[in-house]
Ligand binder design. Structure first.
Ligand SMILES: [Zn+2]
Length: 235
């Protein structure tokens, strides 16, 4: 399996940029190139464990997981062209494609087992008394703080500080499902948005409050990231 992945990665190696990004390469090969040492170590550990306890399924599960072939709806209905959207998650109402990332990290219907897993891992770490156990990195706060800082340097004259803060939050919300939030892209996207922006008439905030309260509005229509109201969650 690894020989196949390595071979694929090697054949397309010259097409990579410095971030290992290449739309032509398979995601299996990309994963292996990004984490080759970890995958080989983990493969050895799982192989040993599978032999030790005589469980062949353990090894098969590992192969399917590392190749991203676990039977999610996205995988099972990959070729399905019907209008029934069979690749969507049936456990939640997000309407998202059910892939590994959605299942493991995002799906709200799986919050409880995810929390149980987190608590079990935390309990084991506590038992071993590892240092920095309670040290947590707030990825959202760190990333949106970075967006605000770089956008303030470049767009302070054109965009109010409060709107820059909202833009940072919006960009995070739109990209946080990705394995890596594209930090560098934020400024480019913002620059393009500013160039394409057409001024719209804004409703007073007091009126939006009234409409929201009495008509239960939650969507800001005909708006954009530079003009939507902070009172309405969707736009
Ligand atoms: Zn779901």
């Amino acid at each position: 399996m690894f020989l196949l992945i390595i071979s694929h990665a090697h054949n397309t190696n010259n097409k990579y940029d410095h971030n290992n990004n290449n739309p032509q390469i398979s995601k299996q090969a990309k994963l292996f190139m990004d984490h080759s040492q970890q995958i080989i170590k983990r493969a050895n550990a799982v192989w040993e464990k599978a032999i030790k306890i005589g469980d062949g399924h353990l090894w098969l599960y590992f192969i399917f997981a590392i190749c991203q072939w676990l039977p999610t709806n996205h995988r099972l209905f990959y070729q399905d062209k019907s209008p029934f959207q069979r690749d969507r998650c049936q456990l939640c109402l997000n309407g998202s494609t059910e892939d590994i990332q959605h299942t493991m990290l995002i799906c709200p219907a799986l919050n409880t087992p995810r929390q149980q897993l987190h608590m079990a891992v935390h309990g084991s770490l506590k038992k071993w008394d590892l240092p920095f156990l309670n040290l947590q990195v707030d990825r959202k706060k760190k990333t949106t703080g970075f967006f605000q800082k770089i956008s303030l340097e470049k767009f302070k004259q054109q965009i109010p500080v409060e709107r820059l803060s909202m833009l940072s939050e919006d960009f995070w919300n739109g990209n946080s499902h990705k394995a890596s939030v594209p930090r560098v892209a934020f400024i480019d996207v913002l620059r393009k948005t500013l160039a394409d922006h057409k001024p719209v008439t804004l409703l007073p905030e007091s009126l939006i409050r009234v409409l929201k309260k009495h008509l239960r509005l939650c969507v800001d229509g005909l708006s954009s990231c530079l003009s939507h109201s902070r009172l309405l969650p969707e736009w």
